[in-house]
Ligand binder design. Structure first.
Ligand code: OAD
Length: 231
């Protein structure tokens, strides 16, 4: 087995479930309560910006009130203690990796940030955004949540793919493997010869592609896995 010097970790909603934030596709999840096409597409924002803001305002407030759990803490510990590179890539927009002290690449944006739909300027979002809020750079009334919606291209893809192609170990934690491009990362990692491990409460749509599976709640499995890596 080759020596592990570079690790890429992908996280999804499952890592924040035990912090009290609902996932998208588990029973009773966000996408059972709201239709994606009503709240998570650019067309939805044009059609009913009020509804879209209400959806993300509620999530922003809930995220601000929540605390990282043992899984977030363990990944922060890995990032500082591992004698090599640990790139943390998250699909989550809740900011819990940062609250735990980690540095994460946000491929689906962040609830705490606002984006101008016209000039792409970004700034810190207020707790509640409302329709017609102006962009501080171009003054147009075109502020939106800085969230990557369906039909839009995730952020930092070049940097992420490059890291996956040169990593020795790829791990996916608490993600259902249903949303691309993140779902395809494991295959990219395998083609690059990296070891692959999935940590999830149950089988995901991509489980078959991983060499190793660790099944259980993230707050238990992630700290144990991190301890193993830190020796
Ligand atoms: P999903 O809701 O699709 O999947 C959550 C995964 O977490 C499932 O595979 C669960 O089995 C697992 N899970 C739940 N509780 C867990 C726990 N305590 N410990 C470990 N695993 C647990 O969420 P994502 O895969 O993150 O995108 O969804 C991907 C993207 O789809 C999201 O970023 C979001 C969504 O639409 C956008 O909004 C752009």
């Amino acid at each position: 087995m080759r020596q592990i010097k570079r690790i890429v970790i992908l996280t999804g909603a499952g890592i924040s479930a035990e912090s009290g934030l609902g996932t998208f596709r588990d029973e009773g999840g966000l996408w059972a309560q709201h239709k994606i096409e009503d709240v998570a597409t650019p067309e939805a924002f044009i059609r009913d910006p009020n509804l879209v803001h209400r959806f993300y305002n509620a999530r922003r407030i809930q995220a601000a009130e929540s605390k990282p759990n043992a899984a977030h803490d363990a990944l922060a510990r890995l990032q500082t203690g591992f004698p090599g590179e640990v790139m943390l890539v998250t699909q989550n927009v809740d900011g819990l990796h940062e609250k735990a002290g980690a540095i994460a690449i946000h491929m689906h944006g962040e609830l705490s940030r606002a984006l101008c739909a016209v000039c792409d300027h970004r700034w810190d979002a207020p707790p509640e955004m409302s329709v017609g809020e102006s962009c501080p750079a171009c003054q147009q009334p075109t502020a939106r949540p800085d969230i990557v919606w369906f039909g839009e291209i995730p952020y930092h893809m070049e940097q992420i793919i490059e890291a996956i192609q040169t990593c020795d170990l790829f791990a996916a934690i608490g993600t259902s493997g249903q949303v691309y491009p993140a779902a395809g990362f494991v295959e990219e990692a395998r083609m690059a010869g990296a070891a692959t491990v999935e940590l999830n409460l149950r089988d995901s749509d991509m489980s078959y592609a991983f060499e190793e599976q660790i099944v259980g709640p993230a707050s238990k499995t992630v700290p144990a896995w991190v301890n193993r890596l830190l020796g």
